[in-house]
Design a protein around this ligand. Structure first.
Ligand code: NAD
Ligand code: TYD
Length: 349
C-alpha cells in the first residue's frame, strides 16, 4: 500500500483531487494535510471522510518541525502539493502571508522530502501551480511550457518563486519532481470570493456584481474535475523534472462570462430575462490586473493523452445548479470571517 500526502485537500481543487484518489485508488492511503484556513472546509469532503484509506491531518506547512515529523512518521511515497494562499485580491492586501505559505511552506515540504527520502526510486513530489506565473498575454498567443516567467501579482510572484524552488531541488538535489501550471478552475466547492461562485452568490442575494475595470480581461476556464483528472495522469505518468500546462482551450472575456452566468441564473431562479444583469456594477480595476491568460495544453495531450472532457456551457449550468442546491454549504463557508473580509485587513500571524 502506498501512502500519498495531498496538501490543501480541504480547499477547492484539493478536495476534488482527494475525492478522486480516495475513490479510484483503494490501495493508496491518502493523507490530507490542511490547516483549514478560511478557504479550507471539511464539509467539502463529507462524502469520503469515513473511507478506510483516507486520513485528515490538521497542520500548517509553514511549521517546518511539524512537517519533518509528519514525513518521518508517515513515510510518504508521494506528495501532491496544493496547499496555498490562492486569491489575487488577498495577495494585494496582505502579500507577506503568501510568502509564508506559498514559498516557505513549499520549501519546508521539499526539505522534508529530501531528508526523509533516502532512496528516491518510485518517489514523486508533484507541485501544483498556476498559469499566472507566465504574466499577461496581449490579444494573441498562448502560454506554453517554454514561456518565460513574468509574474505581476504578489500571488503569482509567490507561486513563481515556489516553482523555481521545486525545480532547484530537482536540479541540485535530484529530488524527483514534476510541476503543472493550470488555468482558472471552476466548479463545486470553490470559496465564494473568486469570480464565478461570488457572482452566483451575489445574484442569488440581489447584491451588486463588482466587475473590475471594463470587464475586458480574459481568462481560460477549466472544469475542476478535469483538472483533478489531469493531476491524476501527471502524478502517475508525467516525466520527472518536467512541467505540464493544463488548460481548457476555453477563453472568456469577463463581461461575456458574467452575462452567461446572469442568463442561467435568471432561468434557474425564475426571474425575467435581464434582471440579474442589472446587478452588474463596474468598479475600480484591480491593481496590476493581468489582461489575458490562455494555456496551450498540447504537450499534455500529446504526451499523456489528457483533454478537457466537459464543454463550458454544460459545466457552467452544472456549477450554478450545484451552488443553488447546496445552500447549507454556502451558508457554512460564508459565516464568520467571510462577512468581515471586505472591510478587514487579512492577517493571521
Ligand atoms: P483554495 O484557496 O481553495 O485552497 C487552499 C487550501 O490550502 C485550503 O484548504 C487551505 O486551508 C489550505 N492551506 C492554506 N494555507 C495552508 C497552510 N499554511 N498549511 C496547510 N494548509 C494550508 O485553493 P485552490 O483554488 O483549491 O488552489 C489549490 C492549488 O491550485 C493552489 O496551489 C493554487 O495556486 C493552484 N491553482 C489554483 C487555480 C484556481 O483556479 N483556483 C488554478 C491553477 C492553480
Ligand atoms: P478570480 O476569480 O479572482 O481569478 P484570477 O484573478 O486568479 O484570474 O478573477 C477572475 C477574473 O475576474 C479576473 O480578471 C478578475 C475578475 N474579477 C472581477 O471582475 N470582479 C470580482 O469581484 C472578482 C473576484 C474577479
Amino acid at each position: 500500500m502506498k501512502t500519498i500526502l495531498i496538501t490543501g485537500g480541504a480547499g477547492f481543487i484539493g478536495s476534488h483531487v482527494v475525492r478522486l484518489f480516495v475513490s479510484k485508488y483503494p490501495d493508496y492511503k491518502i493523507v490530507n494535510l490542511d490547516m483549514l484556513t478560511y478557504a479550507g472546509n471539511l464539509a467539502n469532503l463529507k462524502d469520503i471522510e469515513n473511507k478506510p484509506n483516507y486520513e485528515f491531518v490538521k497542520g500548517d506547512i509553514v511549521d517546518s518541525d511539524f512537517i519533518l515529523k509528519l514525513f518521518e512518521v508517515k513515510q510518504f511515497d508521494g506528495v501532491i502539493h496544493l496547499a496555498a494562499e490562492s486569491h489575487v485580491d488577498r495577495s494585494i492586501s496582505n502579500p507577506t502571508e503568501f510568502v509564508y505559505t506559498n514559498v516557505i511552506g513549499t520549501v519546508n515540504l521539499l526539505n522534508a522530502a529530501r531528508h526523509i527520502w533516502k532512496n528516491t526510486k518510485d518517489k514523486r513530489f508533484y507541485h501544483i501551480s498556476t498559469d499566472e506565473v507566465y504574466g499577461s498575454l496581449g490579444q494573441e498567443g498562448m502560454f506554453t511550457e517554454e514561456t518565460r516567467y513574468d509574474p505581476h501579482s504578489p500571488y503569482s510572484a509567490s507561486k513563481a518563486s515556489s516553482d523555481h524552488f521545486v525545480r532547484a531541488y530537482h536540479d541540485t538535489f535530484e529530488l524527483p519532481v514534476v510541476i503543472s501550471n493550470c488555468s482558472n478552475n471552476y466548479g463545486s466547492f470553490q470559496f465564494p470570493e473568486k469570480l464565478i461562485p461570488l457572482f452566483i452568490h451575489n445574484i442569488k442575494n440581489n447584491k451588486p456584481l463588482p466587475v473590475y475595470g471594463k470587464g475586458e480581461n480574459v481568462r481560460d476556464w477549466l472544469w475542476v474535475e478535469d483538472h483533478a483528472a489531469a493531476i491524476d495522469v501527471i502524478f502517475h505518468s508525467g516525466r520527472l523534472g518536467e512541467t505540464y500546462n493544463i488548460g481548457g482551450f476555453n477563453e472568456w472575456k469577463n463581461i461575456d462570462l458574467i452575462r452567461v452566468i446572469c442568463r442561467v441564473m435568471d432561468k434557474k431562479l425564475g426571474r425575467t430575462e435581464g434582471e440579474s444583469e442589472k446587478l452588474i456594477t463596474f468598479v475600480k480595476d484591480r491593481a496590476g490586473h493581468d489582461l489575458r491568460y490562455a494555456i496551450d495544453a498540447t504537450k499534455l495531450k500529446n504526451e499523456l493523452g489528457w483533454e478537457p472532457s466537459l464543454q463550458f456551457e454544460e459545466g457552467i449550468e452544472k456549477t450554478i445548479g450545484w451552488y443553488l442546491e447546496n445552500e447549507e454549504w454556502l451558508k457554512n463557508v460564508t459565516s464568520g470571517d467571510y462577512q468581515k473580509y471586505y472591510e478587514d485587513q487579512y492577517i493571521r500571524r
